[in-house]
Design a protein around this ligand. Structure first.
Ligand code: TYD
Ligand code: MG
Length: 477
């Protein structure tokens, strides 16, 4: 019989070593290795019983499978990310920073399922039932027949869930607080998280409940605990947002039952999370009524959803030896690249200027398609020429100074047209179809032509007041 031994497990990445080390060799983190009782390994339980495994009947691929009815929460933004509702028997892990609104979203989802007549259970390992109730009351959900518990012992939870009618929707908030009797390590350790997740997922698969696990994230945005939990579940969602702004994005990083390019947009309000069916309108809400230099509207795409945001630039003469480059919501390295291209192919001299770039509304833009909008905002601020108020920009800038085509052109144009924009500055003349035909396309082939276009518009705009001044005799030269 196998001797029970302990092993040393990194709490960051799950790597196992035979002796304690200060630094994990696999992920490089310090002081993350903790002694845990070793698992018996695959087949270990059978060996302990001293017998062979129990045979089970095999099925073939053509066999009748249960129709895939989904558990819809009625929160459209959440259901869409899940692929049209949650699949019964599936497990979903939702990660996000503390305070972003995971508990709020899930109590709202529970209440919606319960109101529709399904048995919905919310198990909190972090808050007392009184606290959960208090929040539900604030959200106006106090009358929803959600079943609550503040428990952390997985065996008890599984036994409770299994008694009575099969639940349709089960929320565990959070998986890091759960622990199992069968595992000797402290709650929150890799083996506890893994073991608890395993027990809960097994329950979901056998009962047909849709299981949602809340997961904490580490400081670099990864879901804490072993990566193996991400492999065990059917879907991994991340709930993101910027504490200073009210909007929240729900993205699928993995989804066995739907597309991973769906994005759900929510707004945190005094009455909980509200769905945002038209995010572009939210991000453009604070826009100045009139055109001002340094602002360009970027027709972006988040996942499969078009999203219009304003990119703001300020180019100001520097008073420092080394000019400042500050950027919020965009990659600093991307800004450095666009500036280098503007200098070498656009003929601009930016060495004597401080440069600030900001994506309005707190959104983080990762698409290379934002290059053209950022460049337009920068050139506009430098020349003092405002960009047309009803124009959008998108396109990737190559190091050669040319502007390259990007994906989802039709989607971007359609969204821009829907919001009343009339012109799109984009790489190649896009095929106009349907609603996008209503928007005029101005092809921009290179950074040089973008600079020329904006500068020419600036000269034109400046020459009008100058001509008027001259007419009054103010200018004599
Ligand atoms: P919470 O769901 O507790 O976050 P998480 O579970 O991800 O840690 O959300 C907490 C934040 O949400 C808190 O800072 C307050 C805010 N909030 C509102 O703005 N309005 C509301 O109606 C609720 C319930 C919370
Ligand atoms: Mg919470």
């Amino acid at each position: 019989m196998a001797k029970s031994r302990s092993s040393y497990v990194c709490q960051n990445c799950g790597a196992i070593t035979q002796r304690w080390q200060g630094r994990c060799e696999s992920c490089g983190e310090w002081n993350t290795i903790i002694e845990e009782a070793a698992a018996l390994g695959i087949g270990g339980a059978a060996a302990r019983r001293g017998g062979a495994g129990r045979p089970f009947p095999l099925e073939d691929l053509s066999g009748a499978s249960r129709p895939e009815l989904r558990v819809a929460t009625g929160i459209a933004e959440l259901d869409r990310v899940a692929g049209g509702g949650f699949v019964p028997g599936s497990a979903t892990l939702i990660g996000g920073e503390p305070g972003i609104g995971k508990s709020t979203l899930l109590i709202q989802a529970c209440a919606a399922v319960a109101r529709a007549g399904g048995r919905a259970i919310y198990v909190s390992g972090e808050e007392s039932t009184a606290q959960v109730r208090l929040r539900a009351a604030r959200l106006g959900l106090a009358d929803a027949p959600v079943q609550l518990a503040a428990q952390t012992l997985v065996e008890d939870i599984v036994a409770t869930l299994g008694s009575g009618d099969a639940p349709r929707f089960v929320v565990i908030d959070s998986i890091q607080t759960m622990w199992s009797d069968a595992i000797e390590s402290a709650p929150g350790t890799v083996s506890q998280v893994r073991g608890s997740a395993q027990a809960l997922i097994r329950f979901a698969k056998s009962s047909g409940a849709a299981l949602l696990l809340v997961g904490h994230v580490t400081k670099d945005g990864q879901i804490a605990g072993p990566r193996v939990v991400e492999h065990m579940v059917d879907a991994v969602f991340s709930f993101e947002g910027d504490g200073a702004h009210a909007f929240r994005l729900l993205r699928a990083a993995k989804n066995r039952f739907g597309a991973t390019d769906e994005v759900g947009v929510f707004e945190m309000t005094g009455a909980g999370l509200a769905e945002v069916p038209n995010p572009s309108a939210l991000f453009l809400a604070g826009r100045d009524g009139r055109a001002s230099p340094g602002a360009a509207v970027f027709a972006g795409v988040e996942g499969a959803r078009p999203l219009l945001v304003e990119i703001q630039a300020l180019v100001a003469p520097t008073t420092l030896g080394t000019p400042r480059r500050a950027v919020v919501g965009w990659e600093p390295s991307r800004l450095a690249m666009v500036l280098a291209v503007l200098e070498s192919h656009g003929g601009l001299k930016l060495g004597q200027y401080d440069i600030y770039l900001n994506v309005a509304g707190g959104l983080k833009v990762a698409e290379p398609a934002a290059d053209l909008a950022a460049a337009a905002a920068l050139v506009s601020s430098l020349t003092g020429a405002a960009l047309p108020h009803d124009a959008v920009y998108f396109g990737e800038i190559a190091l050669s100074g040319s502007v390259r085509a990007v994906a989802h052109t039709g989607l971007r144009l359609k969204e821009a047209a829907k919001l009343g924009f009339t012109t799109a500055f984009a790489p190649a003349p896009p095929r106009a179809e349907g609603e996008s035909a209503r928007i005029g396309a101005k092809p921009i082939a290179s950074v040089a032509s973008l600079v020329a276009l904006i500068a020419a518009a600036g000269v034109e705009a400046k020459s009008v007041p100058r001509a008027a001044e001259r007419a009054r005799g103010g200018v004599t030269n």
